[in-house]
Design a protein around this ligand. Structure first.
Ligand SMILES: Cc1cc2nc3c(=O)[nH]c(=O)nc-3n(C[C@H](O)[C@H](O)[C@H](O)COP(=O)(O)OP(=O)(O)OC[C@H]3O[C@@H](n4cnc5c(N)ncnc54)[C@H](O)[C@@H]3O)c2cc1C
Length: 614
């Protein structure tokens, strides 16, 4: 078989949303990146192969920004009907557009060469098998990142890892077990269907399970106070857990059948193929139940897609420099080395998955988590392998904390932070641990500049802009330069509101060297939805497609048309701009800059959180 060798700065194994966002962030910081991904497309559980909805921190004012929102804004603009294949193309194109990224798709990493050095192991290369070319690809790199979800490099590199649920005695977690076990949240094969204008018959395969009545797999949803020693939040109020039932009402956003889940009480890696067979029997049995057994108002619905690749929630987790726990989540994650945040409830799935109905257990229990809570940098690397990062659902957290940090917008933020940290390593010759010791403020500053929100941190405004005379009132100037780029909890908006056609201009008093112009528009934090579908308030992804499906619309507050002048000369103009973050290296000299906002995507006013130049 052919052997191909690649040399790069950072090799990322796994191209889910964490690996993709890590790769884009690192490439944009100017380092060379290879992403080795074992599937034909990027996006992992969010891709057309698995079709999970991207979710993140609760509360519209906590919606994730950075690369994940750029992906979402592009998808809504280009793919208003939310076709999954078009979404695959959007993710692929974002990676392809970065000249510093080399994609090796359909390539499964299965080997890793390490050398022992006085202060730990170092990975020299990883090797993968490419399905489409029958070739072995070896990637030699200065740094490696495991974003494979399953932590493939853990067992190959000598890093520390574990699987399963911690004992309460280990970290003092209320959600901890009496004794540690190897059980995890399970894996799922989802179903998608569409509504037609005529009756559609469904003949189930003979191997499908039969569920005659709802009670054969469902039970009532319950909300119960949690009694067993819940701390922090519990000291002030009763902690209430919500148990999830198995909704199967059809409609655009009623359900995506996430609860067709198995494998949590098996080996979530080795037993995957067996679990997939079982999941298919359940999935087709459920569709038979919806269509043929009982009244589900489903006569005109037809099955459009069944996932054949189980999406995984949990397998191996690394043990890093710090292990983040349920207690950290509940305490709001007030870390000095914060690099990302979460805010999804602790959504702990029952390891028995779909079969838990046999014991009248809920498929999942939601324990409250504050939103947002901080995630520290130290969960992204360990000390044993000194040139390796990890990001995504395999970071150094306990099972309880993972039940919240695992959602994909959170994983994407973690990935963006990891890729940016890796770029600092490459450029400044640091180890991941060295970044923690010496460069954490630089990393946080870069993330804020990239439009990421770090709760408790403010972006620093460039001195050049602070020294300029602006055409705004003192109040607006203060808002523009306050370093906050989203509404706060009380919905104080923090943006400057201008009429359409209005402008912001800077006068530096004399000719100055101008660096990068950066603008942050409002992605419409307060939106109710980007369509009339009720769940499209956050990240827009569909499951079922009803006849009443309404296409998405670009967030109305984004600025569609604007232009930039330096000393009265137009240097750039944009039509159909649909991102919240805008950065343009001006690399010129000038005394005055004017940005003129000519049209929005529907809002009456232009909302500008930040506008400055360095
Ligand atoms: C059914 C289900 C429901 C969920 N519900 C939600 C939800 O509603 N909202 C939400 O936001 N999150 C949800 N999650 C959680 C979320 O999908 C995962 O936690 C998240 O996808 C993790 O992102 P990741 O990038 O770490 O991993 P993944 O998305 O798993 O991506 C990892 C990628 O690495 C690739 N890979 C693996 N091994 C190798 C290898 N050896 N070589 C090369 N590539 C490799 C994989 O093919 C995959 O594409 C759900 C998960 C499941 C399974």
């Amino acid at each position: 078989m052919e052997r191909r060798v690649h040399d790069t700065d950072l090799c990322i194994v796994g191209g889910g949303l964490s690996g993709l966002c890590a790769g884009i962030a690192a490439a944009r910081e100017g380092i060379r990146v290879v992403i080795m991904q074992d599937r034909p497309m990027l996006g992992g559980n969010a891709s057309s192969e698995i079709r999970m909805w991207v979710r993140g921190a609760k509360g519209p004012e906590n919606r994730e920004t950075g690369i994940i929102s750029e992906l979402e804004e592009e998808n809504i603009y280009r793919n208003p009907t939310l076709c999954y294949s078009v979404w695959d193309g959007v993710m692929w194109e974002k990676a392809k557009k970065e000249k510093n990224i080399e994609l090796i798709l359909n390539c499964s990493c299965c080997d890793c060469e390490t050398v022992k050095e006085p202060d730990g192991e170092r990975i020299v290369s990883v090797t993968g098998w490419q399905l489409t070319t029958y070739a072995w690809h070896t990637v030699r790199a200065k740094y490696f990142a495991d974003c494979s979800g399953d932590s493939v490099l853990a067992t190959l590199s000598g890093a520390r890892w574990r699987v399963g649920r911690e004992a309460r005695s280990e970290y003092g977690e209320a959600m901890g077990r009496e004794e540690a076990d190897r059980k995890t949240m399970g894996m799922s094969c989802l179903i998608q269907a569409r509504q037609t204008d005529h009756p559609v018959e469904f003949i189930p395969p003979e191997w499908a399970y039969v569920y005659e009545k709802d009670e054969d797999f469902n039970f009532a949803c319950v909300r119960t106070p949690v009694a067993d020693g819940s701390r922090s939040i519990a000291d002030q109020q009763i902690k209430v857990a919500t148990s999830m039932s198995r909704p199967h009402k059809l409609g655009t956003s009623e359900t995506n059948f996430w609860w067709i889940e198995m494998g949590g009480d098996r080996d979530s890696i080795r037993d995957t193929e067996e679990m997939r067979d079982e999941l298919l029997r359940i999935a087709y049995g459920i569709w038979d139940h919806v269509k043929n057994r009982g009244d589900h108002d489903a006569d005109n619905w037809e099955l459009e897609w069944v996932g054949f690749l189980p999406g995984k929630r949990e397998s191996r987790r690394y043990i890093g420099e710090y292990v983040m726990t349920e207690n950290d989540v509940e305490a709001g994650g007030k870390f000095d080395d914060i690099i990302a945040y979460g805010g999804w409830p602790m959504d702990d799935h029952n390891p028995a998955g779909f079969k838990s109905y046999e014991y009248s257990f809920p498929p999942s229990i939601l324990y409250p988590a504050p939103s947002p809570y901080g995630i520290p940098y130290r969960v992204l690397y360990g000390r044993e392998v000194k040139n390796m990062f990890f990001a995504g659902r395999n970071i150094s957290v306990t099972h309880a904390a993972l039940s919240s940090t695992r959602v994909m917008a959170t994983c994407a933020l973690i990935g963006q932070a990891m890729g940016t940290a890796a770029s600092i390593c490459v450029k400044e010759g640091q180890t991941p641990h060295g970044v923690y010791l010496n460069r954490i403020r630089e990393l946080q500053g870069k993330l804020l500049d990239q439009g990421c929100f770090l709760p408790g941190k403010k972006r620093e405004i460039p001195a050049l802009s602070l020294g300029a005379k602006l055409n705004l009132s003192d109040g607006d100037r203060e808002i523009l330069f306050n370093g906050e780029e989203r509404p706060d909890h009380d919905w104080k908006q923090n943006y400057v509101s201008l009429p359409v056609g209005g402008e912001i201009s800077f006068d530096f008093g004399e000719k100055k060297k101008l660096g990068t112009l950066r603008i942050l528009f409002d992605p419409d934090f307060s939106r109710k939805s980007v369509s009339e579908n009720k769940k499209m308030r956050v990240f827009a992804q569909r499951a079922m497609r009803g006849l009443d499906f309404v296409p998405m619309k670009v967030a109305r507050t984004l600025v569609k048309r604007f232009e930039i002048e330096v000393d009265g000369r137009k240097v750039a103009g944009y039509e159909n701009w649909h991102n919240s973050l805008f950065r343009l290296p001006l690399d010129t000299e000038g005394r005055r800059i004017t940005v003129r906002f000519l049209e929005t995507w529907g809002a009456d006013d232009v909302h500008v959180f930040s506008c400055d130049v360095n």
